[in-house]
Design a protein around this ligand. Structure first.
Ligand code: ZN
Length: 192
């Protein structure tokens, strides 16, 4: 079932989300709804706070991004052919590599894209949907999307990474999103 995506301005997007234990939430259903909602809105990542659950769960699928790329474009990214997974209780163990800029967007902040600089490599500890533990190193677009989604469970947004001047220039657009004055082709939940 697709569920509404929480829009910028809703306080849940600013919460530091909680770690979860097995059985605490109806996880199977939540994850199913998150995949469906993410694909329906053409996203490549989605975090639980964006569907109104303040818990440390996010999903990522960068494979679809590579599938849509031309051959030459793919060479720019070391994480070809992408990665698809559910990340539960993720914890960043180490960030490394030269920070690089990439134009980011967010389903909670529609129609705004800004260059965000992030480290190229992340070593992450997490659990999958069966609460099996993993420790893994990610690079390329996959690391980028993981860091964007990780921000969400820490109550941060990609616009926090841009310059104060750029943020000031976006103020009108952000206020419009907060007030629900935006048209998107997916369901959104506003804090009015
Ligand atoms: Zn986002």
């Amino acid at each position: 079932m697709t569920v509404p995506i929480v829009a910028y301005g809703h306080p849940i997007l600013r919460n530091v989300a909680s770690f979860i234990t097995p059985g605490q939430v109806e996880l199977e259903r939540l994850i199913e709804d998150m995949w469906e909602t993410m694909y329906a809105s053409n996203g490549i990542g989605l975090a639980a706070p964006q569907v109104n659950h303040s818990i440390r769960v996010f999903i990522v699928d960068t494979r679809q991004l590579f599938e849509s790329m031309e051959g030459a474009e793919q060479k720019d990214y070391p994480d070809k052919p992408g990665f698809k997974a559910v990340f539960i209780n993720a914890k960043i163990l180490e960030l490394s590599g030269e920070p690089w800029p990439y134009s980011e967007g967010c389903l909670s902040i529609p129609k705004i894209h800004e260059l965000v600089s992030r480290p190229s490599t992340v070593r992450l500890q997490y659990m999958n949907e069966k609460f099996e533990p993993f420790e893994q190193v990610f690079t390329g677009i996959t690391a980028r999307v993981i860091l964007h989604e990780y921000d969400h469970i820490e109550g941060k947004l990609f616009i926090d990474h841009i310059s104060p001047l750029k943020r000031k220039l976006l103020k009108g657009k952000l206020t419009d999103i907060t007030k629900g004055k935006i048209t998107v082709d997916y369901k959104m939940k506003f804090h009015l």
